[in-house]
Write a protein that binds this ligand. Structure first.
Ligand code: 3UK
Length: 511
C-alpha cells in the first residue's frame, strides 16, 4: 500500500472535499431514514458546522469535541465539521449516561460538544460535573425556536477551507470498550485515518464506488467509523446509516437500501442467518465480521444460509482498525487469517521472543498505525520494543495463518493444563438448552484454577443438579474431558460492554 503522506494533511479534506473538487459532488454519499445526501450535500453541512464551531462556538485547532448520538447523517456531518476545523473528534457510545460522559469529558479534556437532541439531558448532566465542557449545541432538535445547531448552520457560511493540519496532528480519540475495567483514550492522527483506508480495504475488502455500505457498530467504535464511514468515502462509495441496528433492523436495512457490504459482529450473523432467504434476495455480496472471534460454526451457518463467505478480521481501538484478516477466497475455518499487507504480526512469549509455529503466545503487531494512550501508564504494557501487544493469545500454524485462542486474561491454567475459555464456551453453546454462556478460571487450592461456567438457559429449561451433570457430560463428549466446567452457575444475563463484548472480569467479583 501507498503510505507516504505529505507533511500537511487533513483527512476530512481527503475523504470528503477531494470528491467534490474532482467532480464527484453529485454522487450519493449518505442514505438514512428519509435522507439522501450527495457528497456535495455532506460537504455543505460539514462546512457550515465548521463555520459555527470556529465562529460562535470559539473552537481553535486542537480542541476536543464530544460527539454524541446514534448513527445518523448529522452525526457524520459533525465528525467532518470538527475534523475540517482542525478539532479532535471524540465520539461517545450512544446511550451513555451523564456520569460516563463526564468521565470521558474529563479524561479527554473536552471543551465543546455537538449532540443529538436525544442525549440532551445526559450531556447537560455531564456539563454539571465537568465545567471545562463549555460550549454545547444540539442537532436533530424536534422542538421549535431553540438553540439548535441547525439554526446556527442556516446562518453560517457554506464555505470552509479545511485547516491545514499536520499529518501527525491528532484528529480523533477512540475510547476502548472497557473489557478490563476503566476505559482508555487512544490518539489517532490524520495520517492514521488515511493509512487504514489504504491498507485493509484495498487489499482485502476490494469494494468499488458503486457499493453501498451498512453496519451495526456505532461510529464511536472505530470498527464502525472505519467500516461504515471512512472506507466507503475513501473510494467514493455510499453508506446507509441505521440508528437502531440489532440483527432484525440490520437485515431489514440491507433489504430496503440494497446494501452490498455489511459490517457487524458474529452474534449478529448468527441471528440474521435465520433470514437467509431474505438476504439471498438482496444484492449483498461482502460480509465483514470483527469485534470477537468468528467460530467455524458461525462461518458455516452464514455460508449455508446466504451463500456468502464472511471476511473475518481482528482489529482494535488501539490499532484503529483491522490488522489480521483474509480474503473470501482464502479462508481457513477457525483462523482469523494473515497479517494485512502493510502490517506485520507474530506470536511471542512472555519475554517478547517469537515462538515456533503451533505454539500459543501473545499476539504482537507492527504497522502504520499503533497504540498511543492519552496520559495512561498502561502504554508501556501495550507497546513493547515498538510492537503492539493486543492482549490476545494466538497461535500461528505452519502455513502462517493466525488462530485465535483467547484474551490472554482468559487462558485458564488448571492442574497444569492450558484451557482457553472461549473453547469451553463454544462447547457449551452447542447444547440446545444453552442460550448464552461465559467461562472463567476461579482459584482452587488443589488445581490452581478450575473452569467455571456462567450459563443463561433458554426458556423452558431449568437449572439444577441434573442440568449441571448434563452440561458437564456434554462438554466432555465434545472437547478433551479435562476442559469440562467443574463449577456451573445459572444466571439471567451476562455482563457486556456497550459494544456487546463480554466483561469476564465482572464475573470474577461476587457483585
Ligand atoms: C477482540 C477479536 C478475535 C480481540 C475492533 C475491528 O474490536 C475492535 O476493537 P476493541 O478495542 O477490541 C479489540 C479486541 O477485540 N477481537 C476483535 N476482532 C476480533 N478477536 N477475532 C476477531 N476477528 O480481543 C481484540 O484485541 O473493542 C475491531 C476494527 C476496529 C476495532 N476497534
Amino acid at each position: 500500500p501507498e503510505l507516504q503522506f505529505p507533511e500537511r494533511l487533513n483527512c476530512a479534506a481527503e475523504l470528503l472535499d477531494r470528491h467534490v473538487r474532482e467532480g464527484r459532488g453529485d454522487r450519493l454519499c449518505i442514505q438514512a431514514e428519509g435522507v439522501r445526501w450527495s457528497y456535495a450535500d455532506l460537504q455543505d453541512r460539514a462546512n457550515r458546522i465548521a463555520s459555527v464551531l470556529t465562529g460562535a462556538m470559539g473552537l481553535v485547532p486542537g480542541n476536543r469535541v464530544l460527539l454524541c448520538g446514534p448513527n445518523n447523517p448529522m452525526l457524520v456531518a459533525c465528525w467532518f465539521g470538527v475534523v475540517k476545523a482542525g478539532g479532535i473528534a471524540v465520539a461517545a457510545m450512544p446511550l451513555l449516561r451523564a456520569k460516563e460522559l463526564s468521565t470521558i469529558a474529563d479524561i479527554a479534556k473536552i471543551s465543546h460538544a455537538l449532540c443529538d437532541d436525544a442525549q440532551r439531558a445526559e450531556v447537560l448532566g455531564a456539563q454539571q460535573k465537568s465545567p471545562a465542557l463549555q460550549s454545547i449545541r444540539f442537532f436533530n432538535v424536534r422542538a421549535e425556536g431553540d438553540d439548535s445547531l441547525e439554526a446556527l448552520m442556516a446562518q453560517a457560511s457554506p464555505h470552509f477551507d479545511a485547516v491545514e493540519t499536520a499529518a501527525t496532528d491528532t484528529c480523533l480519540l477512540g475510547f476502548t470498550s472497557g473489557t478490563t475495567g476503566v476505559p482508555k483514550a487512544t490518539m489517532h492522527f490524520h495520517r492514521d485515518v488515511m493509512a487504514i483506508c489504504a491498507c485493509w480495504p484495498q487489499s482485502i475488502l476490494r469494494a468499488h464506488a458503486d457499493d453501498v455500505f451498512v453496519g451495526s457498530p456505532p461510529i464511536a467504535f472505530t470498527f464502525g467509523l472505519g467500516g461504515q464511514v471512512l472506507f466507503p468515502m475513501s473510494i467514493g462509495a455510499s453508506m446507509v446509516l441505521l440508528e437502531k441496528a440489532g440483527p432484525a433492523q440490520l437485515a431489514d436495512g440491507i433489504e430496503r437500501f440494497g446494501a452490498t457490504v455489511v459490517f457487524t459482529a458474529p452474534t449478529s450473523y448468527r441471528v440474521m442467518a435465520q433470514q437467509g432467504e431474505l438476504i439471498r434476495s438482496t444484492p449483498l455480496r461482502k460480509c465483514v465480521s470483527a469485534g470477537e472471534a468468528l467460530t467455524a460454526s458461525t462461518r458455516a451457518l452464514w455460508k449455508d444460509a446466504t451463500g456468502i463467505e464472511i471476511i473475518d478480521g481482528i482489529g482494535s481501538t488501539e490499532m484503529l482498525h483491522i490488522f489480521i484478516s483474509h480474503r473470501e477466497e482464502d479462508t481457513r475455518p477457525g483462523a482469523t487469517g494473515k497479517a494485512v499487507p502493510g502490517y506485520h504480526a507474530k506470536v511471542v512469549d512472555e519475554q517478547g521472543n517469537e515462538v515456533p509455529p503451533g505454539t500459543v503466545g501473545r499476539l504482537a503487531v507492527l504497522g502504520p498505525t499503533g497504540c498511543r494512550y492519552l496520559a495512561d501508564s498502561r502504554q508501556t504494557q501495550y507497546v513493547q520494543h515498538g510492537w503492539n501487544l493486543t492482549g490476545d493469545a494466538y497461535l500461528m500454524d505452519a502455513d502462517g495463518y493466525f488462530i485465535y485462542q483467547a484474551r490472554t486474561d482468559d487462558m485458564i491454567i488448571s492442574a497444569g493444563y492450558n484451557i482457553a475459555a472461549p473453547e469451553v464456551e463454544d462447547a457449551l453453546m452447542a447444547h440446545a438448552a444453552v442460550a448464552e454462556c461465559a467461562v472463567i478460571g476461579v482459584p482452587d487450592s488443589e488445581r490452581g484454577q478450575i473452569v467455571k461456567a456462567f450459563v443463561v438457559l433458554r426458556s423452558g429449561h431449568a437449572g439444577g443438579e441434573a442440568m449441571v451433570k448434563e452440561l458437564q457430560d456434554f462438554v466432555k463428549r465434545t472437547v478433551a474431558p479435562y476442559k469440562y466446567p467443574r463449577a456451573i452457575a445459572f444466571v439471567d444475563q451476562l455482563p457486556r460492554t456497550a459494544t456487546g463484548k463480554l466483561q469476564r472480569f465482572r464475573l470474577h467479583s461476587p457483585a
